[in-house]
Design a binder for this molecule. Structure first.
Ligand SMILES: [Mg+2]
Length: 404
């Protein structure tokens, strides 16, 4: 177990990964070792708007990854997307691009949530606690959470179906919720199974589909006493308490997996992402509590690009993969890492701001195939490339790598 940046900053410890990412044989490893062509650089790719757009491959993406594989150059797919387990996500990407990829090349926004199962320095283990998993299609994020090891996962839909009066406007989604929700097994009031239901953590895994219900249940829990639905904390609004008494009464911690305000979809303009939902929630929270004018903040943890921790998480994964792939005795720092992304706010900002503990230099390359529509980007990249193929070419030239 190695301390990792993402959770080190949050007081967590990351699991170590067990598989190598390069699908090369032992024979290939020996050949690569003997050839001493261990690259001192690597690539990190965003997925949406770089490799795929609305599930369709972006021209040059497959060829670029295939070339890096052939050359033994490490790369990782670092996405703020999610909603599926890593094995499914990587299988899907492999199929779409026609390039076989291992699970270890992908880090999704919620991948680090797996560490919360066993707990961290700041978060007691959640394995046997009741966690509210928010966002994603149907049951998909609950299933991911269960595969991570959370044993008691509840969704806002479960709560709504047990007591639709909690947010009557969601009755229009009843048929949808019927397809995947589960009865609440809480042994409380049989006429209202949500009564007395205690939630120990709120994990926003993916973009909420029913913003109203999800936001309302989150706010209910943040205003509750001890995270028990249907209660209101007496500490709320007490001026002599920190944060004016809000979130000071054992309410569940709130985690967001993805700060992106925008994402590139099939529509002609970018669409609001999980960051949009968080902003809406923050605005409502401020209206309910008085907000910053009263000295109240929404206490939460946000992971994902562009956070320092997520980039360190990615770098450590690249080092582990490279060490295994080349049979190195110990991890050796990368000289350069090329972050290829379409989103100045997450990909470029994160790479520009990141400070490597191993003194690796991260170079941001902005491509024009996704969110970025031209003009002066909010965060200035090292270079702008028309697409991923040009970005890879730029990185190879920068590291003076000669193609075999
Ligand atoms: Mg993107």
């Amino acid at each position: 177990m190695l301390p990792q940046g993402l959770w080190r900053s949050l007081g967590l410890v990351q699991r170590s990964y067990t598989r190598s990412f390069l699908t090369i044989s032992r024979c290939s490893v020996r050949r690569l070792n003997s050839a001493a062509r261990v690259p001192d650089f690597a690539f990190a790719f965003d997925i949406d708007g770089v490799l795929l757009r609305s599930s369709k491959p972006i021209p040059g993406a497959a060829e670029s990854l295939s070339l890096l594989k052939e050359e033994g150059i490490p790369f990782i797919l670092l996405t703020n997307g999610g909603g599926k387990h890593e094995t499914e996500r990587v299988a899907e990407i492999s199929e779409k691009l026609g390039v076989p990829l291992n699970e270890d090349v992908i880090i999704q926004s919620h991948s680090p949530f797996a560490e919360l199962v066993r707990g961290t320095e700041t978060q007691s283990p959640l394995e046997n606690k009741r966690v509210l998993v928010v966002g994603g299609d149907g049951n998909s994020c609950r299933e991911v959470a269960e595969r991570y090891g959370f044993r008691h996962v509840i969704t806002p839909g479960d709560i709504f179906m047990a007591n639709p009066s909690i947010w009557p406007f969601s009755k229009v989604f009843k048929e949808y919720y019927k397809t995947f929700t589960r009865p609440i097994s809480h042994a409380g009031d049989s006429s209202d199974p949500t009564k007395g239901l205690k939630i120990d953590a709120i994990l926003v895994f993916n973009d909420p589909r029913d913003w109203g219900l999800d936001a309302h249940i989150i706010i209910d829990l943040l205003l509750s006493s001890q995270g028990v639905l249907g209660t209101l904390s007496e500490k709320n609004g007490q001026v002599d308490l920190p944060n004016r008494g809000y979130q000071q009464d054992g309410q569940p911690p709130l985690y967001f997996s993805n700060p992106d305000l925008w994402w590139a979809a099939a529509y002609s303009l970018p669409r609001l992402g999980q960051g949009g939902f968080r902003e809406a929630l923050e605005g409502t929270w401020a209206a309910v509590t008085g907000g910053s004018s009263k000295g109240v903040e929404l206490q939460k943890t946000v992971i994902g690009k562009p956070s320092q921790g997520t980039y360190e998480f990615a770098e450590n994964q690249l080092l582990r993969n490279r060490t295994r792939a080349f049979g190195l005795d110990s991890p050796q720092p990368l000289r350069n890492v090329y972050m290829v992304g379409d989103n100045p706010e997450s990909d470029i900002r994160g790479a520009n701001s990141y400070r490597s503990a191993h003194d690796s230099k991260w170079h941001s390359i902005l491509v024009r195939t996704g969110v970025y529509l031209g003009g002066e980007p909010a965060w200035t990249p090292k270079t702008i490339a028309s697409d991923v193929r040009k970005a890879v070419e730029w990185g190879l030239q920068h590291s003076k790598w000669e193609i075999k």
